[in-house]
Structures are given as C-alpha cells and as structure tokens.
Design a protein around this ligand. Structure first.
Ligand code: COA
Length: 376
C-alpha cells in the first residue's frame, strides 16, 4: 500500500443526447394528453366522480424551475401523448447496453482529455440514480468496453451518486488501493419521470458524465486538487420511487405512479436548502477555507431558486452566473450528473490557485461536497 497517494480530478467527460425537447413542445404534448383524458372521462368528470386534469404551462415551468429545455434519448416516444415515456428497443446480450454506451462515450472523453491509456485505469464506478438492470453491473460492462483491467461496481445515491462516487474513488486513491478511477454517471432520467404528472413532468433530462480521479503523481499537469470531500444522508420520503424487483409479486401495481419519481417539491425546497448551505459552510471551515473566497460553485442542477439561495448563504451575497453557473436552462435536472456538467462546461477559465466547490443534493436525502483547487 502506498499511503502517500493524493487524489485529484484529472479530467471530465460529457455525453449529451442530440435530441432536445423545449418547454413549448413538452407542454403541447402534455396538454394534448390532458384534453384527451378529460374528453374520455367527460361523463365521470361531469358527475364529479373523476377530477379533470389541469393543463401545464411554459411560463410556470420556467418561473418555478429555470428549466427551458432538456435533452432526451427518445424524443418521439416521450412527446407522443399515447406513450409519454422512452421506448428504447431492447438490445441483445451481446450488444452494448444503452446506459453503458452513453457512459463509455463520456468516459472516453475524460480519458482522452487526461491523455490516459485505459490500461492504466484501475477501477470503474457507475454512479447513477437508476440502473438499467441489477447485474452484471453497468460498471463492469463499461470497464469491459473500455478495456480496463481492474474492478468495477455500481452505486446509487440518487442525485448525489456522482459526488459519493468521487469520494469513494478518492478514498481508493488515498488508501493506495487504486491510482486511477473512473466515476461514470449515465443518467437516463426520462425513464423514471412520470411525463403525465403536471407537478413534475418538466423536471428531468438525459445525459452522461465521467470524472477521472487519480493519484496526483500520475495526473496530467493541469488538474484539480481535491481539497476535501464530505457526504451526508438524512432519511426522507419527500423524494421517492417505489420501483423495484419485488414489485413483480403485485403485477397490478407495476404501472402505479409511485413506481416512478414522486416528490413533495415544496418540502424538498424548504428542507434541503438550509441543510446543504450549512453543510458547505461547516465543511469549508473544517478545511480552513473562507467560503466567500470560493471562485465558483458548481451546484446540483435541480432548481434555479434553490441554487440562488444556497449560493447566497455560502458566498454572503447574490451569486452572479459566473460564480454559480447554471445548465438547468438547456439540460434540466440530470440527477447526479448536473453539478458535473456545470463543472465540465464552466471550469476551463479558472486559473491556478482558484478554489471551487462541486456540490450535489437530492433524494435520500443525500448531499455531497467536493472542494477543489486548480493546479497549473
Ligand atoms: N403548470 C402550471 N401550473 C402548475 C404546474 C404546471 N406544470 N405544476 C404546478 N402548478 C401550479 C400548482 O397547481 C400550484 O397552483 P396553486 O397555487 O393554485 O395550488 C402552483 O403552480 C404552485 O405549485 P407548487 O408545486 O407549489 O410549485 P413550486 O413553486 O414549489 O415549484 C418545483 C415546483 C417542483 C419546481 C419546486 O418545488 C422545486 O423545484 N422543488 C425542489 C425540487 C427538487 O430539487 N427536487 C429534487 C429532485 S431530484
């Protein structure tokens, strides 16, 4: 064991599905579904036996969330009012599965940016809020596709999967059990979103990210020192998804709305903002960092209002787009990948010595902080 290893972020990668859905397209599809539903149940609605569904609105979505569009892996099926979910053709066992495919694309970009030969990577963590199947692990399929000799496993901590993955990778490096670890987060969130639910149909989008965590001694000259990581979980039912392999015992309930993403959005907002702001400030203090000196916050991308409040509490003033960049407008909430997309797209301009924070929060509740400093 080499106890002198220091973990750094060598590079990141991003795969963005080419298709996008604008709020206008999304609302047109949702409202067509509502009209059809209300027409089909007109008598029951008139008799007061069934509640009429309410239409959605572009203005509400943008104002409540900051989301203007989202990328998806299957636009046509999501927008079809008769389908309203991704319909991806099943692939044979000898073909790369879609989660692995998009994860591999993001991972290759990270490896190329770092100039890293896959033969020198020791481990792959597939850290995401949904896995396509229980086993073999998505991480092992990604490892195999990339030609990595080592080990891989899946981990799910919902929206905090990527930061939990980064700490896990950093701990392997610190402990001397690995020198180079890929944390891959393929998030096909369109599959767990209830596109027929007015309160949440606008929230999510699809993407894949990758973070290469390595021993500083092998990292490329330009990299990000990991100053410290902190994880926190507090049980809450306010974001929940009851889908699972035991549901097959109750086939009639498999299609139930609770087998998809469900949330009490207001409660999440109220409870998570103070929890995360306090966690960031405490961790900064522990690391001897004045939070007001942080050059940039790459926050979880769920809601623009939440990020505004958290950034204000951490920085002590209203954050500019430069201090707390958003990708919500074009990507929506991509679960654990959100803060990594923000970091990937908005970090190249920082200079040596600049410190910043990657931070996630979401279901569990779960939250993770990764304080970083640019080196060279
Ligand atoms: N179109 C139009 N109106 C809508 C609507 C839609 N799609 N969805 C809800 N509304 C209406 C509601 O009916 C309600 O109307 P009322 O005041 O007449 O009752 C009003 O808008 C406010 O609804 P509410 O759900 O309280 O909105 P909100 O301001 O809390 O915003 C969220 C909703 C989900 C965007 C917000 O709560 C949020 O982002 N929370 C945190 C989410 C989060 O981070 N989740 C983690 C996911 S991993």
């Amino acid at each position: 064991m080499d106890w002198t290893q220091r973990p750094v972020i060598s590079a990141t990668g991003l795969f963005t599905p080419p298709e996008t859905i604008t709020n206008e397209e999304l609302v047109a599809s949702f409202n067509a579904f509502v009209e059809r539903h209300n027409a089909a149940h007109a008598d029951a609605i008139a008799a007061g036996e069934v509640a009429a569904l309410e239409p959605s609105s572009v203005e509400f979505i943008e104002k409540a969330s900051g989301i203007k569009a989202r990328h998806v892996v299957d636009k046509a099926s999501v927008l079809d009012p008769d389908t309203m979910c991704p319909r991806l053709p099943e692939r044979g066992n000898d073909e790369l599965s879609i989660m692995a495919e998009i994860g591999v694309t993001a991972a290759r970009q990270a490896l190329e940016t770092a100039g890293r030969d896959p033969a020198d990577v020791d481990a792959v963590l597939c850290a995401a809020s949904n896995m396509q199947r229980p086993y073999p692990a998505m991480a092992i399929e990604i490892q195999h596709a990339l030609g990595i000799d080592g080990f891989g496993f899946d981990m799910n901590v919902a929206c905090s999967s990527a930061t939990f993955g980064i700490q896990t990778a950093a701990d392997y490096v610190r402990a001397g059990n690995a020198r180079s670890v890929l944390v891959v987060s393929p998030e096909i969130t369109s599959g767990h979103l209830n596109w027929r639910d007015r309160d949440s149909h606008f929230i999510f989008g699809d993407v894949a990210t990758a973070v290469l965590v390595e021993d500083a001694a092998m990292a490329p000259e330009s990299h990000w020192e990991i100053l410290g990581t902190k994880l926190k979980t507090v049980f809450s039912n306010n974001i929940r998804n009851n889908f699972g392999f035991l549901n097959r015992a109750h086939p009639e309930s498999i299609g139930g709305a609770d087998k998809l993403f469900v949330q009490e959005g207001r409660k999440v907002f109220k409870e998570v903002v103070p929890m995360v702001a306090a966690m960031i400030v405490e961790e900064a203090e522990r690391l001897g960092i004045d939070p007001q000196t942080l050059r940039r916050l790459w926050l979880h991308q769920a809601n623009a209002g939440m990020n505004r409040l958290i950034a204000q509490r951490v920085l002590g003033h209203e954050a500019s787009a430069d201090e707390s960049p958003t990708v919500l407008d074009t990507y929506a909430n991509t679960s654990s990948a959100g803060s990594i997309i923000a970091f990937h797209k908005h970090s190249a301009d920082l200079v040596a010595g600049d410190a910043g924070l990657i931070c996630s929060f979401g279901a569990g509740y779960s939250a993770g902080t990764v304080f970083v400093r640019k080196v060279a």
